[in-house]
Ligand binder design. Structure first.
Ligand code: CP
Ligand code: NVA
Length: 301
C-alpha cells in the first residue's frame, strides 16, 4: 500500500525514531542510494519556499530520481480544476506528489484520490518534514530524547502543531508559550494527550524557557496571514527568544528556528547568530531527513 506523509501522525513513534536514525546515517555517509531510480515526483507549491523546495529537489535527484516543479499559477488547479481530478491525472504520469498548500484539506483530498504517495511540504495545519528535521537536529546535539524539556515560544502554528505531535511521540516534555488566541490546534492537542504527550500551554514565555534543553520559535506572521500583520505584531510582543529568555534555559540549551526568521520579532539577532543557535544545521538536516523519508516511502513500493 502507498504511504502518505501528511502529518507526523502518519508514522508510529518507532518509525519516527527510525527515520531520525536513518537521516543521521545518511548525513554521515552522504552515500548515494538510488532508491528513486526511474521515479519522477511532482512538487506542487502554492506558496514560496527556499529550504523545502531545494532540499526536496536535491534529495530526489541524489536518490536517482527526478522532479517537476509546479508553481501556484502553473496548473489548472489555479483555475478551479478539482483536486480529485488533478490527483488522478498526475498519478498516471508521476510517482509521488510533494505539496505545499494553504489548506490541509486540499492535501487530504489529493492523497485520497492519488494512487501515488503524497507528502506534506507545509500546510496551514502542519509542517511534518520540518519537524522531522528538527528532531534529527535535536538527536544530533542532545543524544537521548526522552528526558528533554522543550520550550516553544510564539505562534501555535503549523510548525508548532507538528512539534506537539513529535514531542508526544518521543515522550518529550513540551511547554508552548503563546499569546491568548494563538493557541495550537485543538484536535492536535487532543491527539497528543491521547497518546500520552506531556504538553503544557501557557501565556508566559518565561515558563516555557525555564530549564529548557531546546527552545524553538517561528515567525509571528506565517505565509497567508500577512493581512493580520499589524494586529499580530501587537499580540506577539514579548513572545521573543532573546538573551533574557535564554538566561532562564539550561546552560547548554539549543535554539531552533525553521527559518526564514524575522530578526527583532520572534528572535533577536544576537540569539540567532549566537552560540546556542543551531539553525543552519537544522536547515541542512531538511535534506537528510527527507532522504530518509523518501527511502522509507519508496523502498516499500
Ligand atoms: N522552513 C521552511 O519550510 O522553509 P521554506 O519556506 O524556505 O521552505
Ligand atoms: N509558519 C511558517 C513556516 C514557514 C516555513 C509559515 O507557515 O509561513
Amino acid at each position: 500500500m502507498k504511504m502518505n506523509f501528511l502529518s507526523v501522525r502518519d508514522v508510529t513513534a518507532e518509525e519516527f525514531a527510525e527515520l531520525i536514525k536513518e537521516a543521521l546515517k545518511i548525513k554521515k555517509s552522504r552515500k548515494r542510494e538510488r532508491v528513486l531510480s526511474d521515479k519522477i515526483l511532482a512538487l506542487i507549491f502554492e506558496k514560496p519556499s527556499t529550504r523545502t523546495r531545494t532540499s526536496f529537489e536535491v534529495a530526489i535527484k541524489e536518490l536517482g530520481g527526478d522532479c517537476i516543479y509546479l508553481g501556484l499559477s502553473e496548473t489548472q488547479m489555479a483555475r478551479g480544476e478539482p483536486i480529485k481530478d488533478t490527483a488522478r491525472v498526475l498519478s498516471r504520469y508521476i510517482h509521488g506528489i510533494v505539496m505545499r498548500t494553504d489548506s490541509h484539506e486540499k492535501l487530504v483530498e489529493m492523497a485520497r484520490y492519488s494512487s501515488v504517495p503524497v507528502i506534506n511540504a507545509l500546510s496551514d495545519l502542519e509542517h511534518p518534514c520540518q519537524v522531522l528535521a528538527d528532531f534529527v537536529t535535536i538527536k544530533e546535539f542532545k543524544g537521548e530524547l526522552e528526558t528533554l524539556k522543550y520550550g516553544w515560544i510564539g505562534d501555535g502554528n503549523n510548525v508548532c502543531n507538528s512539534t506537539i505531535l513529535a514531542c508526544a511521540m518521543m515522550k518529550i516534555e513540551l511547554t508552548v508559550a503563546c499569546p491568548e488566541g494563538f493557541e495550537p490546534d485543538r484536535s492536535i492537542l487532543r491527539y497528543a494527550e491521547k497518546i500520552g504527550g506531556k504538553v503544557k500551554i501557557t501565556h508566559d514565555p518565561k515558563i516555557a524557557a525555564k530549564d529548557a534543553d531546546v527552545l524553538a520559535t517561528d515567525v509571528w506572521v506565517s505565509m497567508g496571514s500577512e493581512h493580520e500583520r499589524a494586529m499580530r505584531l501587537v499580540s506577539f510582543e514579548g513572545f521573543q527568544i532573546n538573551s533574557e529568555i535564554l538566561e532562564l534555559a539550561k546552560e547548554d540549551v539549543i535554539v531552533l528556528h525553521c527559518l526564514p526568521a524575522h530578526r527583532g520579532e520572534e528572535i533577536t539577532e544576537d540569539v540567532i547568530e549566537g552560540e546556542h543557535s543551531v539553525v543552519f544545521e537544522q536547515a541542512e538536516n531538511r535534506l537528510h531527513a527527507q532522504k530518509a523519508l523518501l527511502k522509507k516511502i519508496y523502498s516499500r513500493e
